[in-house]
Design a protein around this ligand. Sequence first.
Ligand code: SAM
Length: 232
Amino acid sequence: MKFNIMTLFPEMFSNFISSSIIGRAVKQEILKFDIYNFRDYTQDPHGKVDDYVFGGGNGMLIGPQAIYDCYKDILKKSNKDKITTVYMSPRGKVLNQAMAKEFATLDEMVILCGHYEGVDERALKLINAVEVSIGDYVLTGGELSSMVMIDAISRNITGVLGNELSSDTDTFSNGLLEYPQYTRPRVYENLEVPEILLTGNHKLIEQWKIEQSLEITKMNRPDLYEKYKNRA
Ligand SMILES: C[S@@+](CC[C@H](N)C(=O)[O-])C[C@H]1O[C@@H](n2cnc3c(N)ncnc32)[C@H](O)[C@@H]1O
């Protein structure tokens, strides 16, 4: 899958795309990143991309010209007339696992990262952007939120996680939060691994995991618990 990212701060992505699981997937050519600094497309002689907001209001807004020209260049380079485009925005639909899985079926995406007060509405219209938020809080820019979204998408792309099974048991995969997990040693600082996990009785272990998941979900996310119960 190819991510075309439009940002004013490309340097923020360098560790993200070269480290850990995402970095490995890039090396294996499962993921590809093309990062565009849309300031490179501005027609302003001083390199400006933002301006005051019509009608008043604090701060500066990113204008449509540099964004739209950058977007058109991405389409041209990809040889396409349309690519699914997301604008990272606190007023968008809140990202969840189902959305991440759906985006993971695409072969290419464009992601616009805002900054300052955000972007001129006409830019969003021209690039046909779907707005996605990562939660009910406001960040200084869309770079971090886009990395969160890309990470969540990428885990659902075949081959990105070394062990294909490892995303199946994650929190949210069955509508519940994950049960507690343990590794060696069996006893650490007087804290023991639950006896049942050492019995080798797979049926009882599975039952224990479900019970634990239900308990944790009920305590931390009563909304998900109710949904699960009504579904079951
Ligand atoms: C300071 S915010 C702009 C907020 C905007 N004035 C508003 O009230 O909706 C600057 C940029 O950060 C990004 N951003 C901020 N909060 C976000 C969130 N919760 N999810 C995704 N992106 C966010 C967006 O790209 C946004 O354009």
